[in-house]
Write a protein that binds this ligand. Structure first.
Ligand SMILES: Cc1cc2nc3c(=O)[nH]c(=O)nc-3n(C[C@H](O)[C@H](O)[C@H](O)COP(=O)(O)O)c2cc1C
Ligand code: SF4
Ligand code: FES
Length: 562
């Protein structure tokens, strides 16, 4: 019976090879669109972006053509396309009806500023057949919460009427006033790079200056920059540099701030680092949520290419809405055109990174400080710290219940209370400090009584937290810590790449337990231990820091009292 059914199945056209066929129209469309891109695996995500930008979605026929042109299996292309939140896959013959997407952030700072009301209210006044409302994680505008994006246009302090108005206007990104190449040259920009080119500053001197200055990686891990240069330099042969502009940690917006105001400091720092460490090419991975930054970089790089300051070639790669691609090995996978799955270590990327080669990876802000430190000297930078135990300045992204949130350039090690009072105008009227996240969603949540602790690497670690990318989120007596913890763990669940069961299932389980105010502390401890100890990467390892602190400092909230 089964046999006869099978033999009666779909008849094969004898003029065609076996399997799904690609059609000429789709192939032509893709070739026209992809244009100058070479059909190399590492360009796959950019090709997906081009299709999504033009057709508002990825249809199966286009994905099939892409697999043919890139000489990849269809499964591989689907696997990559479906990993990233910014791609919408539809079946052949179907399309997405909406003409525009409004992304509304429901990260913690936006949630505290009423994001859920905004979402509800905006849905009542827009035509959802034409406009899609998407709830998204932090878009790096937490100081202007609630934040949203209409098409590619950023909207600060969004209201339903503002979103409605913006949806009827031009939705291309608004480019802020920034220091362009000639402005930067006029104030002595690229002088430090000139010294490197003229061999007046070599790797050994530079490493010694960086070591004394105390510059540490500002992407989150705080690894000393000088040591990283030494390690990558110790490997032979072809090597690469990557720049991490993913900035997905909720509460963090300092990299955007610097790139939208002084992009050339980072670009000069990148050229210096790549030249001294001997990197053959630079890949700059920039999050897709920052379209204005992408335009600024494109314009300024085009100008730089025509100068003598462009010695190491640089390619920009767009992320596609996946927080995990900020983890350096996942970022490398993404640059290689794959899903952003963190790699097992060792080997570390300094030895075997991009395309299997030694890779120097830095955060935007780390590179931003390099020209100035190498020009003004280690004592200048080190002396900017809060006291002799803390070196340098940091760009704190401050959001939440303070009067003047924003990027605050303040001494490393400054106590939280002083940061709020001296740099943020104090708390919002009527709000009393209750708790703070010192390092975004990952760095844990601490009670007001710990506000005299200095904000620096190594201070919060003994208490199960860290400053990471220095994203400081302030909560007041009007906020629920339990709600903040649920919001945070929901974020990690959404962004988990799914490779490790403890991270994938643990985040889900915790949300259901916390949402039901389950009080089984032993169960929480057990889950936290498994997630911390058996997750491959920092996401799963740090996802429970805030829960640990809820149990330690705010346990009354599980009993329903604030
Ligand atoms: C889950 C996760 C997300 C991360 N996201 C970022 C990011 O968005 N930007 C960044 O620079 N570093 C991020 N990092 C840290 C990077 O892995 C890496 O340490 C950093 O880019 C190194 O550059 P630095 O030494 O200059 O800080 C993340 C790490 C983890 C575990
Ligand atoms: S810990 Fe989570 S995000 Fe990291 S590799 Fe495992 S599943 Fe992926
Ligand atoms: S922009 Fe909403 S939390 Fe960062």
């Amino acid at each position: 019976m089964l046999h006869s059914k099978l033999t009666k199945g779909v008849k094969r056209d004898p003029s065609l090879p076996k399997g799904r066929q690609i059609d000429d129209i789709s192939e032509k469309e893709i070739k026209e669109l992809v244009g100058d891109l070479y059909f190399d695996r590492s360009q796959l995500i950019e090709a997906l972006h081009l299709i999504q930008d033009k057709f508002n979605c990825l249809s199966q026929r286009h994905l099939k053509s892409l697999s043919e042109l890139f000489k990849l299996s269809q499964a591989e292309v689907f696997e990559v396309a479906s990993f990233y939140h910014h791609f919408d896959i539809v079946k052949d013959g179907e399309s997405l009806d909406h003409e525009l997407t409004i992304r509304i952030c429901e990260g913690l700072s936006c949630e505290m500023a009423g994001a859920q009301h905004l979402i509800k209210n905006v849905k009542e006044i827009i035509d959802e057949n034409k406009i899609r409302i998407q709830k998204v994680p932090c878009i790096g505008r937490c100081a202007n919460a609630p934040a949203a994006q209409v098409g590619k246009k950023a909207v600060n302090n969004a209201t339903p009427l503002k979103l409605l108005k913006f949806s009827k206007e031009d939705t291309t990104p608004e480019i802020p006033d920034y220091q362009n190449l000639s402005d930067y040259l006029n104030i002595g920009g690229y002088e430090c790079l000139k010294k490197v080119i003229a061999k007046k500053l070599n790797l050994e001197n530079a490493i010694s200056i960086l070591a004394k200055s105390g510059l540490r990686g500002l992407g989150g891990a705080g690894f000393p920059a000088d040591k990283k240069w030494q390690i990558v330099n110790s490997y032979n042969g072809l090597r690469y540099m990557t720049i991490n502009g993913d900035e997905g940690e909720p509460g963090t917006f300092k990299d955007r701030f610097w790139l939208e105001s002084e992009p050339h400091k980072m670009l000069e720092g990148a050229q210096i680092a790549a030249l001294l460490v001997g990197c053959n090419k630079i890949y700059l991975y920039m999050r897709d949520e920052y379209p204005a930054v992408l335009e600024i970089l494109k314009a300024e790089i085009e100008k730089l290419e025509k100068t003598n300051f462009w010695l190491v070639p640089m390619e920009i790669r767009r992320g596609a809405g996946a927080y995990i691609c900020g983890e350096e090995s996942a970022m490398i996978e993404s640059i290689e055109g794959k899903r952003g799955l963190p790699r097992h270590r060792p080997p570390y990327i300094a030895e075997k990174g991009l395309f299997g080669r030694p890779t120097l990876n830095h955060n935007i802000e780390t590179l931003f400080w390099i020209p100035e430190i190498l020009s003004k000297g280690s004592d200048w930078f080190a002396g900017l710290g809060f006291n002799e135990n803390h070196k340098g300045v940091r760009s704190y992204s401050v959001s939440g219940r303070v009067l003047n949130p924003g990027v605050k350039v303040a001494p490393a090690g400054i106590p939280l209370r002083k940061l709020i009072d001296d740099y943020c105008g104090g708390m919002l009227p009527g709000h009393k400090l209750k708790a703070f996240f010192p390092g975004g969603a990952s760095g844990g949540i601490f009670p007001a009584k710990m506000c005299d602790m200095g904000l620096d690497f190594g201070i919060f670690e003994p208490h199960g937290g860290f400053v990471g990318s220095h994203a400081v989120i302030i909560l007041s007596d009007q906020d629920s810590i339990l709600d903040a913890v649920i919001n945070t763990i929901k974020f990690f669940k959404h962004e988990s790449c799914g490779q490790c069961t403890p991270c994938r299932n643990g985040t889900e389980k915790l949300i259901s337990l916390l949402s039901n105010c389950n009080k089984d502390v032993e169960l929480y401890e057990d889950l936290m231990m498994v997630m911390r100890d058996s997750s491959i990467c920092g996401l799963g390892q740090a996802a429970t820091n805030c829960l640990n602190h809820l149990l330690k400092y705010f346990s009354e909230e599980l009993n329903g009292t604030r």
